[in-house]
Design a protein around this ligand. Structure first.
Ligand code: SAH
Ligand code: F3S
Length: 447
């Protein structure tokens, strides 16, 4: 059997796409290998969101050139967002690449690879394609947690973002195909699904009949075996009262909400073309906490967007305190080709971005730690998904609010179980706990 090695950069959607590619190629007798040195085909799934992500890919392609020098038959392919954005320029900069294809062409990966092998010349495929739900998965896919892409593309025009160009128009998959995929995952032992889309809370509006994410939650909630539903990424602009009700009412939907803010300054939000103000965002947070008091929030923030002043930045810091995020992802603004913000005159220096990045992370870490401490002493539901990184004798899992908990399973719980854990200690990056149904506690309760 010929061997395939996959290298994946970027977001969860890329991880999902890589799995599809592995599954599709498996149907054509390609076997996955973890060792790039023994591969006949290496596919690099790429991310174009920031320049740093692209630099990583080109440096990896530089390494692969050495491998190919030893093994001239090796085929090297670049797929995903960089492929879509830069097209032929990739092969010009890295001639080692034999195959370039964007996400619309994933369904035809087998045919594209065959073409390279047969014709012995490079192939470039970055056209738009029909929307297909690929259900193929690699054989090793039996696992506790899985991503499920529910919609492709993005039609927002955030002035910093390249995604609408790399991932095309917004298109939702039908509820039936999604439920079918979740049922198959559940049959293979999957316990948690994360529904993916660039603006996942706009799911379904392009379908006939139109539907929405709340209705999809209800359908996925019915799938036996699935214990938890997560979803990402939501855009504040598209958040509806109906979705907030669904988050409250659909039992398997977890109390963790990733709601990118990007900036705390109205002036910057407007220049980003995000379509909401800080006041509107705070109003939404209040409505959600009103419906689901235990909701944990996470967010994405950009520092050093063109024209961002010290006063704008301070408003971002203030929003982190006000919302009380559990988790914050901070990005330094990166100029992306073809986006409106790349042409804005008042670009911020890298030094200033670096300083704001550090300062924002300090605030976010402190706020996140305060949120974590609130859990001490509480008993929470944990989905057991592995062993503790530090002490392999112990089990690890996540709370519904997505925090890692390490605990001694005492031989009585297994992977995939939902188990009540009493949190004994809140550390900066994880929690420690004990089984809440330990005999001595049970005794206490029966007094
Ligand atoms: N659809 C998602 C965003 C996907 S990109 C949403 O609406 O939020 C993931 C994150 O990368 C964004 O939320 C943003 O914070 C960051 N990002 C996107 N473009 C960027 C750029 N040019 N420079 C720095 N960060 C960027
Ligand atoms: Fe990008 Fe904005 Fe869409 S951040 S992915 S253009 S919602």
């Amino acid at each position: 059997m010929a061997k395939l090695h996959l290298i994946t950069y970027g977001c969860q959607m890329n991880e999902y796409d890589s799995e599809r590619v592995a599954g599709l190629l498996r149907e054509r007798s390609w076997e996955l290998t973890a060792d790039e040195a023994e591969a006949d085909l290496i596919l690099v799934n790429t991310c174009a969101i920031r320049e740093k992500a692209e630099d990583k890919v080109f440096s990896k392609l530089g390494e692969l050139r050495l491998l190919k020098a030893q093994r001239p038959d090796l085929i090297i392919g670049v797929m995903g967002c960089m492929a879509q954005l830069h097209q032929g320029a990739i092969q010009r900069r890295a001639p080692v690449v034999d195959l370039v294809f964007g996400s619309p062409a994933i369904a035809r990966v087998g045919e594209l690879v065959d073409r390279v092998r047969r014709d012995r010349r490079s192939v470039l495929e970055t056209g738009e394609g029909p929307l297909v739900k690929i259900t193929a998965r690699p054989s090793s896919a039996g696992r506790l947690k899985a991503f499920v892409t529910v919609m492709e593309g993005c039609e927002k025009h955030c002035t910093f973002c390249v995604v609408p160009r790399t991932r095309g128009r917004e298109r939702s998959h039908s509820p039936a195909t999604i439920v079918d995929e979740v049922e198959r995952l559940a049959a293979d032992g999957c316990r948690e699904v994360t529904l993916l889309g660039q603006t996942v809370n706009a799911y379904g509006r392009d379908l006939t009949p139109a539907t929405d994410l709340g209705e999809l939650f209800a359908l996925v909630n019915e799938v036996d075996g699935i214990a938890r539903i997560r979803f990402t990424t939501s855009n504040p602009y598209n958040l509806t009262p109906k979705l907030i009700r669904a988050m409250r009412d659909v039992p398997k939907v977890c109390e963790y909400f990733h709601l990118p803010l990007q900036s705390g300054s109205n002036r910057v939000l407007e220049r980003m073309n995000r379509g909401y103000t800080r006041e509107r965002y705070l109003e939404l947070v209040a409505e959600i906490r009103d419906a689901v008091p235990t909701m944990a929030f996470s967010t994405d923030l950009i520092v050093g967007f063109p024209g961002e002043t010290e006063a704008d930045f301070e408003q971002t810091l203030e929003m982190v305190e006000r919302v009380g995020y559990d988790n914050v992802f901070v990005f330094r603004y990166s100029r992306r080709p073809g986006t409106p913000a790349a042409g804005m005159a008042d670009q911020v220096s890298e030094d200033v971005k670096a300083r704001r990045n550090t300062q924002l992370l300090e605030t976010a870490t402190r706020v996140g730690a305060e949120r974590s401490r609130r859990l001490a002493g509480q008993t929470v539901e944990v989905l057991v998904d592995g062993t503790s990184k530090k002490s392999p004798g112990e089990l690890a899992g996540r709370t519904r609010c997505n925090r890692v908990v390490n605990f001694d399973g005492q031989g009585s719980v297994s992977l995939g179980d939902l188990t009540p854990i009493r949190i004994t200690e809140a550390l900066p990056h994880s929690l420690r706990g004990t089984l809440a149904s330990q005999p001595e506690e049970a005794a206490c309760l029966s007094k």
